[in-house]
Design a protein around this ligand. Structure first.
Ligand code: NDP
Length: 329
């Protein structure tokens, strides 16, 4: 086992510092559940990844079904891994969306049935909901935890104020606060994020589980010469990604990345490994969620743990300069 395990925020839950996500891939891009999705999960588990992340909305529930089928088939001890899912977009009806008590409870029951599990370890509110009062959300999350449908709850893409309100609206400490925030974090989402991850962790004990460490693949360099046919940006329904890469902002990112590729060469690692290690080194980041469409990518990305020890303070400072980041932010 080559994985570093850490506490998720200041909770007692021990998670591997790299988790495997299922967005875009499971139940969709990886259509070959038996061979590819299962191989990816098996290789991840065998190399020490104990964290698997999904959501009710991924591939309209098929990501959860695929994950559940594989877990059932593998027969790993339920106590040896962590499954997280996210609730918000559960269906077309008005009542099947958002963070009302009704949808949190019904949505999670739906996820559990697709996952073929009795409970998830963490249920996330996939975004904040202006229509649902915060106390109702926190009470619904407390309810699913008290009923044993989830062990912990977390937030995803909530802003600082929402996270604070979610923490403090707990009369007489009978309500359970969230333990973790899922946030987008990579080279071009550095500003502010590093600061908030650190503050949430130190001030309120909330850990960060970060996502899209490769900015959907951009940071690997695979898009430097255009959009490869078998890549995410070439998939049906992902024209927004292609547009993002072709935008002025995207082009600016690409040119910055070229410099980081040279740095990766110097360190004898790949661009992907350097980008993931960059996320891992950040204080307050408990776990980085990987997305992969095959086992080669997975094994390469797991190699980022080795690169972590190469990220000395002078090297981080050099990277900050290349990226134009202010290290105090
Ligand atoms: P990344 O930014 O790491 O992008 C992953 C994609 O990049 C892969 O599917 C693959 O796409 C490509 N890739 C990965 N590794 C390599 C490699 N070594 N070489 C070349 N290409 C590579 O992560 P994701 O955007 O997938 O996010 C990870 C997870 O985070 C998700 O699965 C999900 O669980 C979670 N997430 C949570 C969100 C939230 O709102 N809370 C939002 C988004 C994600 P391809 O082969 O197709 O080019």
């Amino acid at each position: 086992k080559n994985h570093v395990n850490v506490n998720l925020g200041k909770s007692g839950l021990r998670v591997s510092c790299l988790g495997l996500g299922t967005w875009v891939t499971f139940g969709s891009q990886i259509s070959d559940e038996v061979r590819m999705a299962e191989r990816v999960m098996t290789d991840a588990y065998d190399s020490g990844v104990n964290l698997f992340d999904t959501a009710e909305v991924y591939a309209s529930g098929r990501a959860e079904s695929t994950l559940g089928n594989i877990l059932k088939k593998k027969g790993w001890r339920r106590s040896s891994y962590v499954v997280t899912t996210k609730i918000y977009w559960g269906g077309q009806a008005e009542t099947e969306r958002g963070l009302s008590r009704k949808h949190v409870i019904e949505g999670l029951r739906g996820s559990l049935s697709r996952l073929q599990l009795d409970y998830v370890d963490i249920v996330f509110a996939n975004r904040s909901d202006i229509n649902a009062p915060m106390e109702e959300v926190v009470r619904a999350m407390t309810f699913v935890i008290d009923r044993g449908l989830a062990m912990y709850w977390g937030t995803s893409r909530w802003n600082a104020v929402e996270i604070m309100v979610g923490q403090s609206g707990e009369p007489h400490l009978t309500l359970v606060p969230p333990v973790c925030e899922q946030a987008e974090y990579h080279y071009s989402r550095e500003t502010g994020c590093r600061f908030s991850c650190r503050s949430f962790y130190h001030k309120i004990g909330v850990g960060a589980m970060t996502w899209s460490p490769l900015a959907c693949g951009l940071l690997t360099g695979k898009y430097n010469g255009g959009v490869p046919e078998s890549s995410r940006a070439a998939m049906k329904g992902y024209a927004w990604l292609k547009e993002r890469f072709h935008s002025d902002e995207g082009k600016k990112q690409l040119s910055k990345i070229q410099e980081l590729h040279l740095l990766a060469d110097r360190l004898n690692c790949t661009a992907a490994q350097l980008a993931i290690a960059w996320c891992l080194r950040s204080e307050g980041v408990s776990s980085v969620l990987l997305g992969v469409s095959n086992t080669e990518q997975l094994l390469e990305n797991i190699g980022s743990i080795r690169v972590l020890s190469l990220l000395t303070p002078p090297l981080i400072a050099e990277m900050d300069t290349l990226l134009g980041n202010n290290p105090r932010n």
